[in-house]
Design a binder for this molecule. Sequence first.
Ligand SMILES: [Zn+2]
Length: 86
Amino acid sequence: MFRKSSSCPNCGNIGKLHKSHSRNFLERIVNHSYIWATFRCHNCGWRGILMRKGGFKVSLLGVIKTFILLSIVYYIVVYLIKNYTK
Ligand SMILES: [Zn+2]
């Protein structure tokens, strides 16, 4: 799962991956996670979630932000389940 090189998982080209802007809510969370990010290959157009370059960017602020985001997602999911399963 850990990727040291930034080679494309689809075409294998190195140095063609660039960080992609988040298109939906899930990708926004991913991009705020400090662990993963959405990438796009400029060679073949592949797009997906990969571990950030350099691996974990461990910082207390990052951990707190990720925790808060996950908590928000959890409460949204619980709220939705409660409202749609009546
Ligand atoms: Zn590619």
